[in-house]
Design a protein around this ligand. Structure first.
Ligand SMILES: *[C@@H]1O[C@H](CO)[C@@H](O)[C@H](O)[C@H]1NC(C)=O
Ligand SMILES: *[C@@H]1O[C@H](CO)[C@@H](O)[C@H](O)[C@H]1NC(C)=O
Ligand SMILES: *[C@@H]1O[C@H](CO)[C@@H](O)[C@H](O)[C@H]1NC(C)=O
Ligand SMILES: *[C@@H]1O[C@H](CO)[C@@H](O)[C@H](O)[C@H]1NC(C)=O
Ligand SMILES: *[C@@H]1O[C@H](CO)[C@@H](O)[C@H](O)[C@H]1NC(C)=O
Ligand SMILES: *[C@@H]1O[C@H](CO)[C@@H](O)[C@H](O)[C@H]1NC(C)=O
Ligand SMILES: *[C@@H]1O[C@H](CO)[C@@H](O)[C@H](O)[C@H]1NC(C)=O
Ligand SMILES: CC(=O)N[C@H]1CO[C@H](CO)[C@@H](O)[C@@H]1O
Length: 871
């Protein structure tokens, strides 16, 4: 996907030397070896035993075949591992992306991550995951390349924030964990990505002329923000994790031993396999030692499709024979991969792929990367996997719609209203709904951003389709400039559709290189001007925004004729009727902002602007704002945003009352001691016979395909080195002795005591208005005063959406805070500590981060309403 860029870079770059700009003083990428063996948590024991048994019977070439892809465009899926058919292990199919099966047909284009985040609805998060899982399984995909929780959303202009769930670690964590549970309940391996610090698109990749951008993150910030959603994904049992393109503290994530070995596999107790992002791997032996388990798609990053070169496959066979990578490291990787396969039940009649990511045709090249000369055959059986998933997709699109402003109950509309509708976003792209590869354009209704996180639309139910179906009385002006013939009348309601888009770096759209580096936080297509022109002529204006993230509303928000503003986020295929149900009041809007909407880009700390204009040296992105991203920053600096995180209006009103707080687990300043690691499979350390890697006689190799075999002479030469005193120059701090495990670990997600419930909280939510609606109870924690840690004023820790409440109806909503929710990461003791066990934590409850009027205190264990919101 990054091919064109890479090839052009490499032609430019021949001979240019890499000049590594030092990371700022104090940021270090410490060594952490060896890679911990997997299999030590009870939930995975059976799968590891089955896997280890198979692995013990595999040859060297079979093992290295399983750890890498066969090359880009070398199979039906975006990633295809080698097989070990003799042992019954098929090739595994890995496919994008987070919101649906990419590059295929008869699939559902689900609402994007940011949209499900805006629902604040755990049940919908889980059901979306289940539906996605069914579609990936139905297409024969073994590994779903989602959910995405990195980027976290630190940079408002970051290109891929929309693939995740919002600019808060806890919202991301629920999104991730429930997606993982849903997807994996259907037998599909989920992939949590991108580990970690992938907060901007530009400069993300390593190339011949420039190292990938370095995200310099301090330890506490990593734990309390960026690693938090990964911990919850791991706790949910995620089967794979994908590393990020960028570096952290100067060391590429694909070979950062501290990140993979120490944090992910040891402290967070991750049992699955770690794969590279596509072409992110930059070395062979170092990445293996640093804990990488799978190379995707298998090619050398700078020369895909040129030769059959790989860092692994045959090179990995060589690195084992010459003694550089210990045999147990390879065995552990293969066991992790096969354990995930067994853990999901994929050994039991799992379907083979029946689509091709490379073509929409029924027949085509079996290995397009080998063309010319690739054998041809049937590559697409057009299997319909949609079932009734449109139902949940529409429910999500609808319940995400976030009403920001609604003066004088302008919404809901009456069916009789005379509507004048403006903006090309209201109708489908006239060139075709899938006219742009990977949705790499912003034309027509914006249902998703662009890049590998996109899917093809089976259809789009556009807003205009919706108005038509309703029998609305409307005129539509399909233009982003104000037309001269709109005939304004005082009784008209003008509805203006506007957008802001972003995506992945390998496609540039309207000057935006993935990130919104050109559009900034402004609406696209002169949306501000269109709204202002409409507002000058019409007195009742409703603005509908399809957006990837925060946008500036200031040019028109307070104009007297702008009566209502709503964000419909990225609805996927179900953009029309979902919106109609809200506009016409079938349901009340119930979405809430999964990020802050600022008044100005200057409201953010300068450290979260995009890094730009760096030539040849490694770009440095230092997270100096620490914990203070999004609302944490606005609150700390006392900056009033246009709309606060969590804001979202309804057509009705709710009260929060009769709250209770019940102590459950008594807190201690450090958590109880972790359980010891369970046993893991034992692996031989003996270097296998060179003959295990020899090319078989008369093997019919596919051109440019990646194989794990070596020529006899090469294998023998490597084995000779392996049986000599010649040693690989191991990195400083290298060791191959398994360790006991860090104090903060102990189970999937970390020390299990971190997830003990400290307090149960309940609150009665009552519909005090005149129409039905759903509310969201949001719970924010305020740390006690006087502690020695600087903490954000409030931090989201739990939320729950109510059922649809009739007027006068109430529901008791249950929330909880865990030990971890009340802890800080102490960099000195390397553990989560409760800074004052007898301190009075404020547990604030409300329906937005700036309307928290109900406070439960942990000291007195009482709750009091009518309080002044802490921010
Ligand atoms: C990055 O450097 C900081 C500062 O030394 C350190 O606290 C942190 O643990 C490092 N992170 C990684 C992943 O190496
Ligand atoms: C590796 O996988 C490929 C693709 O399935 C297969 O052709 C090849 O024979 C496999 N190699 C081994 C050693 O099994
Ligand atoms: C062994 O092979 C690997 C893979 O080609 C290579 O990187 C490494 O330097 C070799 N080790 C020795 C000691 O020659
Ligand atoms: C709301 O309606 C009332 C009564 O019709 C009117 O006086 C007031 O100006 C309106 N407010 C706005 C902001 O339009
Ligand atoms: C539609 O609205 C126009 C005003 O723009 C009005 O003249 C016309 O009667 C309305 N038509 C219907 C069917 O309500
Ligand atoms: C390893 O080297 C020793 C001599 O140094 C030799 O006796 C032995 O046969 C060799 N083993 C292999 C497997 O080549
Ligand atoms: C801890 O909290 C208690 C109760 O609020 C308070 O009396 C005490 O001073 C606090 N201790 C510290 C070290 O802040
Ligand atoms: C339902 C269906 O058509 N499944 C097919 C998917 O493709 C594989 C071949 O790769 C077939 O074996 C399945 O029958």
């Amino acid at each position: 996907m990054v091919l064109a860029v890479l090839l052009s870079l490499s032609t430019l770059a021949v001979g240019a030397a890499i000049d590594k700009r030092a990371v700022p003083a104090g940021y270090v990428a410490a060594p952490s070896y060896p890679a911990p063996h997997g299999g030590w948590v009870p939930e995975w024991t059976d799968s590891f035993q089955k896997a280890a048994k198979v692995v013990s019977g595999l040859t060297l070439a079979e093992k290295t075949n399983i750890t890498a892809g066969t090359g880009i465009f070398m199979g039906r899926c975006v990633g295809n591992t080698g097989s070990a058919l003799r042992a019954g292990i098929p090739q595994l199919c890995l496919q994008d992306g987070p919101l649906g099966v990419r590059n295929t047909d008869h699939n559902t284009a689900f609402p994007a991550g940011i949209t499900i985040g805006a629902t604040f609805d755990k049940d919908l998060m889980r059901r979306r995951g289940e539906a996605i899982g069914e579609e990936f399984r139905g297409k024969g995909v073994n590994v779903y390349l989602g959910p995405s929780v990195g980027p976290l959303g630190r940079k408002p202009k970051g290109g891929r924030n929309w693939e995740g769930f919002g600019a808060d670690p806890v919202l991301q964590a629920y999104g991730a964990a429930l997606t993982v549970e849903g997807v994996q309940s259907k037998g599909v391996i989920a992939t949590i990505k991108h580990w970690v610090g992938n907060e901007q698109e530009k400069y993300r990749m390593y190339s011949i002329i420039q190292e990938g951008i370095s995200s310099n993150i301090d330890d506490r910030t990593l734990h309390e923000l960026y690693a938090w959603p990964f911990a919850e994904g791991v706790r949910a049992g995620v089967g794979s994790a994908m590393i990020a393109y960028n570096a952290v503290n100067g060391s590429a994530c694909s070979q950062n031993s501290y990140l993979i070995n120490n944090i992910l596999k040891d402290e967070l107790g991750f049992q699955g396999f770690v794969m590279s992002d596509w072409l992110a791997q930059i070395s062979g032996v170092p990445s293996a030692l640093a804990g990488l388990d799978m190379s995707m798609p298998g090619d050398i990053n700078t020369v895909p499709l040129v030769t059959a070169q790989s860092y692994w496959m045959y090179e990995y066979s060589r690195a084992i024979l010459n003694g550089s990578v210990p045999v147990d490291r390879l065995d552990d990787s293969v066991t992790r991969i096969l354990a995930a396969w067994y853990q999901m039940g994929q050994d039991n009649n799992y379907p083979e792929p029946n689509f091709s990511t490379n073509t929409q045709d029924a027949e085509g090249d079996l290995y397009p990367g080998a063309a010319p000369g690739s054998p041809k055959g049937v590559v697409n059986e057009f299997v319909d996997v949609q079932a009734d998933h449109a139902v949940v997709a529409k429910e999500i699109a609808r319940d995400a719609i976030t009403l920001l402003k609604n003066v004088n109950s302008t919404l809901p509309l009456s069916l009789k209203a005379s509507l004048k509708i403006f903006g090309t976003d209201a109708e489908k792209n006239p060139d075709g709904i899938n006219a742009c590869t990977d949705q790499g354009c912003n034309k027509g209704t914006l249902g998703m951003g662009w890049g590998s996180g996109s899917a093809r639309y089976p259809y789009i139910d556009s807003p205009i389709d919706g108005f038509k179906k309703r029998g609305a009385n409307y005129s539509f002006y399909n233009s982003d400039s104000f037309p001269s013939n709109s005939n304004p009348s005082t009784n008209d309601v003008a509805v203006v559709f506007v957008t802001a888009d972003s995506g992945e770096n390998y496609i540039t759209v309207e000057g935006n290189n993935g990130d919104r580096d050109s559009s900034k936080l402004n609406l696209w297509h002169n949306g501000d001007d269109l709204i202002k022109d409409v507002a000058a002529k019409f007195s009742n204006v409703v603005v509908i925004v399809h957006t990837v993230g925060p946008v500036l509303l200031e040019q028109w928000h307070d104009l007297p004729s702008v009566k209502a503003v709503l964000f419909a986020h990225l609805p996927g295929q179900e953009a029309g009727d979902s919106l109609m149900q809200v506009l016409y009041g079938d349901v009340s809007p119930s979405g809430h902002l999964p990020y802050t909407v600022p008044k100005s880009e200057d409201d953010y700390p300068t450290s979260v602007s995009l890094v730009s204009d760096v030539v040849l040296v490694q770009p440095q992105d230092t997270f100096t704002e620490g914990l203070y991203v999004d609302y944490r920053h606005f609150n700390k600096e006392g900056i009033t945003p246009r709309y606060a995180f969590g804001h979202g209006l309804s057509y009705t009103t709710f009260s929060f009352s009769s709250a209770t707080i019940t102590p459950v687990t008594k807190l201690t300043s450090t958590p109880p001691t972790r359980p010891a690691k369970g046993s893991t499979p034992t692996y031989s350390t003996k270097i296998p016979a060179a003959s295990e890697a020899y090319w078989p006689d008369n093997f019919n190799a596919i051109f440019r395909y990646k194989y794990s075999f070596l020529a006899k002479s090469d294998a023998d030469a490597a084995a000779k080195i392996g049986n000599s005193t010649q040693k690989y120059p191991y990195p400083a701090g290298y060791s191959n002795v398994q360790k006991a495990g860090v104090a903060a670990g102990g189970a999937q997600g970390g020390n299990p005591a971190l997830f003990d419930v400290a307090y149960d909280i309940s609150v009665v939510v009552k519909n005090t208005g005149k129409t039905s609606g759903k509310s969201v109870a949001q719970l924010y924690v305020q740390f006690p005063t006087g502690i020695s840690f600087d903490t954000p004023i409030i931090q989201l820790r739990d939320f729950e959406k109510t059922k649809e409440l009739a007027p006068g109806e109430s529901q008791t909503v249950k929330l909880r805070v865990t030990r971890k929710d009340l802890s800080v990461w102490d960099v000195v003791s390397q553990n989560w500590i409760v800074p004052n066990v007898s301190g009075d934590y404020g547990i604030w409850i409300g329906d937005a981060s700036d309307t928290l009027n109900l406070r439960c205190g942990t000291k007195a264990a009482t709750c009091v309403g009518g309080q002044t919101s802490p921010v």
